[in-house]
Design a protein around this ligand. Structure first.
Ligand SMILES: *[C@@H]1O[C@H](CO)[C@@H](O)[C@H](O)[C@H]1NC(C)=O
Ligand SMILES: *[C@@H]1O[C@H](CO)[C@@H](O)[C@H](O)[C@H]1NC(C)=O
Ligand SMILES: *[C@@H]1O[C@H](CO)[C@@H](O)[C@H](O)[C@H]1NC(C)=O
Ligand SMILES: *[C@@H]1O[C@H](CO)[C@@H](O)[C@H](O)[C@H]1NC(C)=O
Length: 285
């Protein structure tokens, strides 16, 4: 039978259960949301995380919680490819701190990035090709050769626009190094996406991994906050994951009203916090 229990199996008077036996939250009498689903899933060392939106705190199960970093790629962040991305570049240090805190707790770090294949180029709709082109020239959109960059006497082949393995599609600077190291060590996972959202349609590589690993709770950051981060966040919410918007690791080059819309809605859909508070809840980095 399905009962409202806390981690210990104790039923707390005044708790509220939302959901069903397969996917539920318990709101504890002190207002904290218990996201561990501990009646049906194992718990290791749950953490109480402070948030700053309408839901002030939650208990998460580390083995079912992941950090999802969207599109912190050279294409969107490198000063020569995206000069206006100052907020995105400012999000790098807090992102590094979050990565370290997640890894320290054995929590997976997922890199969900544009990484197109030739097959994707056949199926991606015209509206997307227009959006990512220069003057709607087909030869400037996804898959087109972006030429070279000169950096301190070194020539960098920027590569085919947002294609898998191209330099422009690699994470920017220190994040690229951390992705490579984490991928090698098995603490991090890399997923390619072919739309703004990494969870669109019936299933994606990222979605399949989340499902197979019984992940329940996703912390989001990356660029652009109102486009690819938002697209993935809202699909995760639609699909039944607990979604956490991490304010200071998500950024955009769009006007301020775009960030305000995202934050306004993220507050209804899930949890909002900043890296400082979340890392404190995780016990440091
Ligand atoms: C709310 O109560 C739970 C269960 O006693 C506890 O684990 C949690 O830390 C409390 N929340 C806060 C914010 O203190
Ligand atoms: C994080 O949020 C808390 C609570 O709202 C606030 O006190 C703190 O100043 C914020 N820190 C940053 C770095 O924004
Ligand atoms: C790209 O297409 C435009 C429009 O057809 C053309 O004017 C331009 O020369 C092409 N550029 C390259 C590099 O082929
Ligand atoms: C290029 O050289 C300048 C001056 O020596 C240095 O400050 C800068 O960090 C270098 N940039 C890269 C990307 O190596």
């Amino acid at each position: 039978m399905f009962t409202k229990t806390l981690l210990s199996g104790l039923v707390l008077a005044g708790s509220l259960t939302l959901g069903n036996a397969y996917n539920y939250w318990v709101k504890l009498p002190n207002g904290t949301f218990d996201l561990t689903r501990s009646d049906i899933m194992s718990v290791t060392k749950p953490k109480v995380i402070p948030f700053s939106g309408r839901r002030k705190s939650a208990i998460i199960e580390p083995s079912r919680s992941v950090l999802c970093i969207i599109d912190m790629q050279n294409f969107f962040l490198h000063p020569e490819l995206s000069p206006s991305a100052t907020l995105g570049r400012a999000a790098i240090q807090p992102t590094v701190n979050m990565i370290n805190a997640f890894r320290k707790n054995g929590m997976k770090v997922t890199w969900v990035n544009w990484g197109l294949t030739n097959y994707d180029l056949l199926t991606i709709p015209p509206a997307f090709k227009s959006q990512f082109s220069k003057n709607d020239y087909a030869n400037s959109t996804f898959g087109s050769d972006m030429g070279t960059l000169e950096r301190n006497g070194t020539t960098i082949a920027v590569g085919a626009k947002l294609m898998r393995g191209a330099w422009n599609a690699e994470p920017y600077g220190v994040l690229g190094e951390m992705k490579d190291a984490g991928d090698k060590a098995g603490t991090d996972l890399v997923f390619h996406k072919n739309r703004l959202s990494g969870l669109w349609g019936p299933q994606t590589p990222f979605g399949l991994w989340l499902q197979e690993n019984e992940i329940t709770t996703i912390f989001f950051g990356g660029v652009n906050a109102d486009q690819c981060v938002w697209g993935t966040f809202i699909d995760a919410y639609f699909k039944g994951y607990d979604v956490v918007w991490v304010d200071d690791i998500a950024a955009t080059t769009s006007p301020v009203y775009a960030s305000e819309m995202v934050r306004y809605n993220a507050n209804s859909d899930g949890f909002i916090g900043n890296s400082t508070d979340i890392i404190k809840g995780l016990g440091g980095c």
